[in-house]
Ligand binder design. Structure first.
Ligand code: SF4
Ligand code: SF4
Length: 312
C-alpha cells in the first residue's frame, strides 16, 4: 500500500444518491435505506482539511449533481481549491441544468461516464476476502497490494477521512465507526499509520482479489456469505428485491496465483486508452480528459506487472 499523501486524488463524496443502480457499484448504491447528502459546512471542512495535499481533489457521489446544494458546492470548490486540482466525477444526470456552473468550476476536468454501455462492468467489492481465502498470511499479502488503494483514491465522506474510497463506502454501508476526523493533514499517514482502517475494512472487501468484472446491467450484486448476512441485518432494499447473489466458494491460493498472472484490471480502459476514451465519450459534447485516462492506464499496468512478477 502507499501513503495517502501519494494518492493521485482524494474524493469528497458529497452524496451516495444515484439515479442508476449498477451491479456491484463501488459505492453500494441500492443497499441504503436512505442516501446521505453532505452538509455544506462539512464540505467546507473537508476541503480545508486537504490543504497541502499534493494530489487532486475530486467531487464525487453517487451522482454529485443530485445534491440539492450542488451549485453552492461548486462555489466552495472555486473559492477554496486551486483550479488545476479540481475534478468532477459525474454520470451527467443534470448536465443540461448545471453545464455552465460545471464548466466554470471544473473546466476540462469533468470525468464523465454514464455507466449505460454494454461494456460497462465492475469488479465485485462485497466478496469478503476473509470468507474466500483460507490462507490468511496470503490474504494479507494480497490486501497489501490492493490495486484500488494503489491506483485509485482516498476519500472523505460525512463520517470522516479514509485511506481508500471503497473503505469509506463500506463504513457508510455497514454503519462502521467512522473515518479520521477532518483535521488539517489527516491524510498525511503512512500504511503503518492507517492499519487500523486496513484491518477494519479490507477483510470484508474483494478489491484485492483478482476477480473478473461483471456487467453493470446484471441487476445483481455478487456477495459472499458474511456480507450477505450483514446486508440482511441492515435491511438492504437491493437484497429484498433479490438483487443479490451469493458467492459461497473458497478460492484456493493456486487459483488466485494463476488468475493473477493474466489479470488485467485496466481492461475497461481498453487496449488503447485513447480509443477507449473516445468510445466512452462518443457523441457526448463534454468529452473530457482522455489524457488522464491514459495516465491511469499506465499506472494500472505498473500494478499488474508487479502482481505478475510476484506470482511467476
Ligand atoms: S452510476 Fe456510479 S454511483 Fe451510480 S450506481 Fe452506477 S456505479 Fe454506482
Ligand atoms: S481491499 Fe477494499 S477496502 Fe481494502 S484497500 Fe482494497 S479496495 Fe480498499
Amino acid at each position: 500500500m502507499k501513503p495517502i499523501r501519494d494518492a493521485w486524488l482524494i474524493q469528497i463524496e458529497v452524496t451516495n444518491a444515484c439515479h442508476r443502480c449498477c451491479s456491484n457499484c463501488t459505492r453500494f448504491v441500492g443497499h441504503y435505506q436512505k442516501p446521505f447528502f453532505m452538509d455544506l459546512a462539512t464540505v467546507e471542512r473537508a476541503i480545508d482539511s486537504l490543504e497541502g495535499f499534493p494530489g487532486g481533489i475530486g467531487i464525487m457521489g453517487g451522482e454529485p449533481t443530485l445534491h440539492p446544494h450542488f451549485v453552492e458546492i461548486c462555489d466552495l470548490v472555486r473559492k477554496k481549491i486551486p483550479r488545476k486540482k479540481r475534478g468532477l466525477w459525474t454520470s451527467g444526470y443534470k448536465w443540461k441544468e448545471y453545464q455552465p456552473v460545471i464548466r466554470e468550476t471544473f473546466e476540462s476536468k469533468v470525468f464523465y461516464n454514464d455507466h449505460t454501455g454494454k461494456d460497462q462492468a465492475h469488479q465485485p467489492m462485497l466478496i469478503a476476502i476473509d470468507d474466500v481465502v483460507e490462507d490468511k498470511p496470503f490474504m494479507w499479502q494480497l490486501i497489501d497490494r490492493c490495486w484500488i488503494q494503489e491506483k485509485w483514491s482516498a476519500a472523505v465522506n460525512p463520517k470522516g477521512g479514509f485511506f481508500c474510497e471503497v473503505a469509506a463506502a463500506m463504513d457508510m454501508l455497514f454503519a462502521g465507526e467512522g473515518g479520521y476526523p477532518l483535521e488539517k493533514g489527516w491524510w498525511d499517514k503512512t500504511p503503518v499509520q492507517f492499519q487500523d482502517q486496513v484491518r477494519r475494512y479490507c477483510p470484508g472487501c474483494s478489491g484485492a482479489l483478482p476477480l473478473p468484472r461483471i456487467s453493470n446491467q446484471k441487476n445483481q450484486d455478487t456477495v459472499s456469505k458474511s456480507n450477505y448476512e450483514r446486508l440482511r441485518a441492515l435491511g438492504s432494499p437491493r437484497l429484498a428485491q433479490k438483487g443479490v447473489e451469493i458467492f459461497g466458494q473458497k478460492i484456493p491460493r493456486a487459483e488466485i496465483e494463476s488468475v493473477a498472472k493474466n489479470w488485467k484490471p485496466w481492461e475497461y480502459l481498453g487496449e488503447d486508452g485513447k480509443r477507449s476514451s473516445r468510445k466512452l465519450y462518443a457523441g457526448v459534447e463534454y468529452m473530457d480528459s482522455p489524457s488522464l485516462y491514459l495516465q491511469l492506464k499506465r499506472k494500472m499496468l505498473q500494478v499488474a506487472h508487479k502482481l505478475k512478477k510476484t506470482f511467476s
